[in-house]
Design a binder for this molecule. Structure first.
Ligand SMILES: C[S@@+](CC[C@H](N)C(=O)[O-])C[C@H]1O[C@@H](n2cnc3c(N)ncnc32)[C@H](O)[C@@H]1O
Length: 372
C-alpha cells in the first residue's frame, strides 16, 4: 500500500469514528478519491497566533504536504480572489476565497444529501474538485454538474478531475443562477454559503427534490439546512445541527459600509433586548432572518459606546447604548431594525428558545423565514 493509500485509509477510519461517514456507498466513494490530487498546487496554512490572520504557502514538495492533504482539515487554496500558493513567499494577510473543505464535512453533507443511484445532482462551488470527485465516484460523472465562480479555480479542478478520469459537467459562472439547461435536478448541494436561497434553485429542483445548503449572513452566523421543494415552487425543511459554515457565495458577500448614515437622527426608546444577545451564534443566526441586509459594528458616538446595526441597502440603522443600567435604542430609516430583531427573537423566546435543530426554514420566491 502506498503512503497516500495508508493516509486515506486512516482518514476514512477517522471520519467513520466521528460519525461523519456513515454508509458503505459513501465509504467506497471516499476510498476511491485521492485528496492530494486536488491539492497539487499547494495550500495556505494559517500562521499560528497571527491576528489579523496571516497565511503561509505550503507547496507540493514541502515536508508534511501529503500528510496535511489527508488530515481532517480545511485547506485554503486561494486568497483575495487571485493569489495561489505559487504566487507568494512569506506570508499574506488577506481573506481566503477558495479552499478544499474539511473532508469530514464533505462526507457528512453527502450523507445528509439523501441521494439515490442515478439521481442528478447539481453542486455549487467546485473549488478544488475534491467534493465533486467523491460525488462522481458514487453517482457517476454523467449525473453530476458542478459550477465554480472563479475561472482559474475551475480550470485547476477540471485538470485534477481529468487526471483521475472523472468527467462531470463542469460549468464556470455564478452558481446562484443554477443551471437552467440541466434542470430539473433531484438534488442541489452548495459548498459555499448563501445569504438567501436563490429562487433559481427552487425552480431547478424537481418537486420532492432537495436542496442542501448553508444559510449564512452579514451577522456572521450560519447553519446547514435541507429543504424539500414542493409542488407550488416553495421549499421547507429542517436546520441540521452543527454551526456549519462556508465562505459566502461571492455575489452574497457584504458590501462595504461606505458612508454611515447620520447616527444622531432617529427615534429613541428603551430596548427590550440588549445588543449583547447578538454575541451568541444561534441568536445571531435567528436574528439574521429578520434583518438580512444589516451589518453590525461597534463605535463611539456622542460620548458613549454604541453597538450599531446598519442596513446599507435601505440606509436604516439601529444604535444601542447603555444609560443608567438600561439599554436604549435609537432607530432611523425605512426599516426599524431593532424592532424586527426583537420581534423575531420574541417568537423564539415564546417557543422556549428551542435548539436551532428543531427549527424549520421556509423559502418562497418572496423570501425566507425560520419557524418553530
Ligand atoms: C469552500 S470552497 C468549495 C470546496 C470544494 N467543495 C472542495 O471540496 O474543494 C467554495 C467555492 O465556492 C466558490 N464560489 C463562491 N461563490 C460562488 C458562486 N456564486 N457560484 C459558484 N461558486 C462559487 C468559491 O470560488 C470557492 O471555490
Amino acid at each position: 500500500m502506498s503512503d497516500h493509500e495508508k493516509l486515506l485509509r486512516q482518514l476514512i477510519d477517522t471520519m467513520t469514528a466521528s460519525g461523519s461517514l456513515r454508509t458503505e456507498p459513501w465509504k467506497n466513494a471516499a476510498a476511491a478519491t485521492p485528496r492530494h490530487e486536488f491539492l497539487r498546487s499547494g495550500f495556505f496554512r494559517l500562521v499560528p497566533g497571527s491576528a489579523p490572520s496571516a497565511w503561509a504557502p505550503v507547496q507540493q514538495d514541502a515536508d508534511g504536504w501529503l500528510e496535511a492533504c489527508y488530515a481532517d482539515e480545511s485547506l485554503v487554496t486561494q486568497i483575495a480572489g487571485t493569489i495561489t500558493p505559487a504566487d507568494i513567499r512569506g506570508e499574506i494577510m488577506r481573506e481566503p476565497t477558495s479552499s478544499s473543505t474539511l473532508p469530514s464535512l464533505v462526507l457528512r453533507m453527502l450523507e445528509d444529501l439523501n441521494v439515490e443511484q442515478k439521481m442528478k445532482v447539481l453542486e455549487i462551488g467546485t473549488g478544488t474538485g475534491y467534493s465533486t470527485a467523491v460525488l462522481c465516484a458514487r453517482q457517476g460523472g454523467g449525473n453530476v454538474t458542478s459550477i465554480e465562480y472563479d475561472q482559474e479555480v475551475a480550470l485547476r479542478a477540471r485538470e485534477a478531475l481529468s487526471r483521475l478520469g472523472t468527467f462531470p459537467n463542469l460549468l464556470t459562472g455564478d452558481g446562484l443562477l443554477g443551471d437552467d439547461e440541466g434542470a430539473p435536478y433531484d438534488r442541489i448541494i452548495a459548498t459555499c454559503a448563501v445569504r438567501t436561497v436563490p429562487t433559481a434553485w427552487l425552480q431547478q429542483t424537481r418537486p420532492g427534490g432537495q436542496i442542501l445548503t448553508t444559510i449564512s449572513g452579514w451577522l456572521n452566523a450560519s447553519e446547514l439546512v435541507r429543504l424539500t421543494v414542493h409542488d407550488d415552487g416553495t421549499a421547507s425543511g429542517p436546520v441540521l445541527a452543527g454551526h456549519v459554515s462556508f465562505m459566502l457565495a461571492r455575489p452574497h458577500l457584504a458590501p462595504p459600509l461606505g458612508m454611515l448614515p447620520d447616527l444622531s437622527a432617529g427615534e429613541k426608546r428603551e430596548a427590550i433586548l440588549g445588543p449583547d444577545v447578538l454575541d451568541d451564534w444561534t441568536t445571531r443566526f435567528i436574528a439574521q432572518f429578520a434583518v438580512p441586509t444589516a451589518q453590525r459594528l461597534k463605535l463611539q458616538h456622542a460620548g458613549h459606546d454604541e453597538d450599531v446595526l446598519v442596513d446599507t441597502e435601505t440606509g436604516s440603522f439601529a444604535a444601542l447604548y447603555e444609560e443608567d443600567g438600561r439599554w436604549i435604542v435609537r432607530q432611523a430609516g425605512p426599516e426599524a431594525l431593532w424592532d424586527a430583531v426583537e420581534e423575531q427573537l420574541g417568537h423564539w423566546h415564546t417557543a422556549g428558545t428551542p435548539p436551532v435543530k428543531e427549527a424549520t426554514v421556509r423559502v418562497t420566491p418572496e423570501g425566507q423565514s425560520i419557524h418553530w
